[in-house]
Design a protein around this ligand. Structure first.
Ligand SMILES: *Cc1c(COP(=O)(O)O)cnc(C)c1O
Length: 392
């Protein structure tokens, strides 16, 4: 037997179970419409909430920066890779979010891997929402701290777990997603904050799907709930609504200073490139200039959800532009997604283990880039396929 035979077997098993991921290739810029595998389709899949991934001002800013500063940073941040654009971006992000300080990372994923192990270690405990994102889970595991999951979006369960366990550990951290990407529900942050502060525990929120979406002009979940100065660590990403790439940690200045000394992806992996940093700054310019795109995102989401509900679809518990269309079993969701694609609509089916057994769905990602005509076309396609498959 070859050394890799087990991998071939595992891959075959995935295919048998219908869990093998066939990755589509996008052949056009990101936008309301995409060229995918040779077809032009309406894009209901990407996290390009504000349509910034191919915005002319942002593209121009990236091009200009390349002309002036080249491309790569050529070193990790702590040696010779901190360029003026990185420093400017961090200052701008701190001001945008109304926090003392901010530090950027290569991605939201690495921001979590950097932050959690810098704050807690083997003698400590993490209270983590049961449905937290994979990068939070990995960051928790890397830290070596004891991980205790509390029930999803349930501050009472969090408090129970704190009461039962806190005294056995040196320090603690409470961590939650801000917006949960599978259901589009929002963490009850004011109540989570009440519990965390009652026990004097550090509070961290990962607002990847709230950055550029929630709060005034997209300032995020802390702004949405008016919790300025109360959440110790706010992680965000510039790869979703900002349309670029990169992670950010914003909050308490002492914690940010500590991450510059102890955040391992900051110390041992190079930073985002010159055009990335310039593009993120240009995205901030747009967000600070006007709330128009964020407003458009929310009105588009309300319009689409209202249409889907009027047809009799179940759009779950979403409170954000993430719109799950609940279908039940995974094969139905997959067939639904294939039929939509045939009708010119690109929307992803999600099944177990990404979501619980029996809760398979199509997840529609609404964007400010969609026109009303786009949304109407998408709604018609859902109606037609829904009737054909007996869902509505
Ligand atoms: C998407 C996401 C990330 C990862 O962000 P990237 O910048 O793409 O690495 C981290 N956390 C949450 C909650 C996310 O939804």
């Amino acid at each position: 037997m070859s050394k890799t035979a087990w991998i071939t077997q595992e891959l075959d098993a995935l295919k048998q179970a219908g869990l093998y991921n066939r990755i589509r290739t996008i052949e056009s810029p990101q936008g309301a419409w995409l060229q995918v595998d040779g077809r032009r389709v309406l894009n209901f899949c990407s996290n390009n909430y504000l349509g910034l991934a191919n915005h002319p001002d942002i593209v121009a800013a990236a091009q200009k920066a390349i002309g002036q500063m080249g491309v790569g940073p050529a070193a990790v941040r702590s040696i010779a890779g901190t360029m003026n654009l990185h420093v400017e971006l961090e200052k701008r992000l701190a001001a945008f979010k109304g926090v003392e300080s901010a530090i950027t990372f290569q991605s939201g994923f690495t921001a979590n891997l950097a932050t959690i192990p810098a704050l807690v270690g083997k003698e400590d405990v993490i209270f983590s929402d049961r449905l937290n994102h994979a990068s939070i889970i990995d960051g928790c595991r890397l830290s070596g701290a004891k991980i205790i999951a509390y029930e999803h979006n349930d501050p009472a369960s969090l408090e129970e777990q704190i009461k039962a366990n806190l005294s056995q550990f040196r320090r603690a951290l409470v961590v939650t997603d801000g917006v949960f990407s599978m259901d589009g529900d929002i963490a009850p942050l004011p109540d989570i904050y009440k519990v965390a502060s009652k026990y004097d525990i550090l509070l961290m929120v990962d607002d990847a799907h709230g950055e550029g979406v929630l709060g005034k002009g997209g300032r995020g979940i802390v702004d949405h709930f008016g919790l300025h100065g109360k959440v110790d660590v706010e992680v965000g990403t510039m790869s979703k609504a900002f349309g670029v790439m990169g992670g950010v940690v914003a909050g308490n200045a002492v914690i940010i200073e500590w991450l510059r000394q102890r955040g391992r992806p900051f110390l041992f992996s190079s930073a985002v490139t010159v055009p990335d940093a310039a593009a993120c700054i240009a995205a901030l310019d747009l967000l600070e200039d006007s709330t128009q795109l964020v407003d458009r995102l929310w009105s588009n989401a309300a319009y689409f959800k209202q249409g889907m509900k009027s047809f009799g679809f179940n759009t779950g518990v979403s409170e954000t532009p993430i719109t799950p269309v609940m279908l039940g079993e995974a094969p139905l969701a997959q067939q639904f997604s294939r039929e939509l694609f045939e009708a010119g609509v690109f929307a992803m089916a999600l099944g177990f283990p990404t979501v619980p057994q029996g809760k398979a769905r199509i997840r529609v990602m609404i964007s400010a880039a969609h026109s009303t005509a786009d949304l109407d076309m998408g709604l018609e396609a859902f109606k037609t396929v829904g009737k054909k498959l007996g869902v509505i």
